[in-house]
Design a protein around this ligand. Structure first.
Ligand SMILES: [Fe+2]
Length: 253
């Protein structure tokens, strides 16, 4: 069995298309959440998953929940100028059908493949905590997995950190993070789309280049219009543009 494992799409349709162009042959698409926010094409990304007809293990992430909350419970249409963030920009580009779809996504999903039992979710705790001991692993597994109490070969799949990681714990317990297909953390200079392939149980981290100029152009437009919070634009100038750090002064390139 061949699994394409991706996470943290963040409204980046170019990165998603680049991976799908490269990896055409897989049996299951597993997605560890954060479909939207911090990117320019939320509707295209959500619609891709809404219309996906093949086997799919898709859970929601904290940015999906954040956007739902902003969309449902705040006066986002009247947020303007320096208070305007990517999440508000995404709300303008989404409709009821997209938000309802995000609301329908589960926290956790379980599946079996090639002798391993998997559970996929976006994050381990409410921050950036990770599993460091097999006791932590078992407690988490028993609390949330539909295979609770089954201690055969197990893998947890996480997203959230945007860092490609694989941790092997005693007794064939593993957790995997494929990284983000979209953007990196400020200490990571790599700008490619990160993902993983799990083929016949073997995990391989992969990366591919994609056209980041689409995201950057939208950020440039917001900068010229002066209609978005400065730190939100700085993030984009760093992730998708030529800025050397995530806090370089903004300028027209
Ligand atoms: Fe994320």
């Amino acid at each position: 069995m061949r699994i394409l494992l991706i996470s943290d799409i963040h409204s980046n349709i170019e990165a998603l298309k680049a991976i799908l162009n490269k990896e055409k042959d897989f049996d299951l698409l597993a997605v560890a959440g954060d479909l939207v926010d911090y990117g320019t094409n939320p509707a295209e990304c959500v619609e891709f998953f809404m219309n996906y007809k093949k086997p799919l293990a898709l859970v929601h992430g904290n940015h999906d929940t954040h956007l739902i909350n902003i969309y449902r419970n705040t006066d986002w249409k009247n947020v303007k100028g320096k208070d305007f963030k990517w999440v508000h920009e995404n709300c303008w580009k989404l409709g009821e059908e997209h938000v309802s779809f995000l609301e329908s996504l589960p926290d956790h999903l379980c599946f079996e493949a090639d002798g391993w039992k998997y559970m996929i979710q976006h994050q381990y705790d409410s921050s950036y905590g990770i599993i460091e001991s097999f006791k932590q692993f078992d407690n988490y597994w028993d609390e949330f997995s539909e295979y609770s109490g089954d201690y055969s070969r197990r893998r947890l799949i996480f997203g959230h950190s945007h860092r490609q990681t694989m941790s092997m714990l005693f007794g064939e317990r593993e957790w995997i993070n494929p990284g983000s297909i979209s953007y990196r953390r400020p200490d990571d200079p790599d700008k490619e789309a990160h993902y993983a392939i799990i083929e016949d149980g073997k995990v391989e981290f992969r990366r591919t280049a994609y056209d980041r100029s689409v995201q950057f152009k939208v950020a440039q437009e917001h900068y010229k219009m002066g209609d978005m919070m400065e730190t939100e634009l700085q993030d984009f100038y760093f992730f998708f543009g030529p800025a050397k750090t995530s806090r370089d002064p903004l300028k027209i390139y």
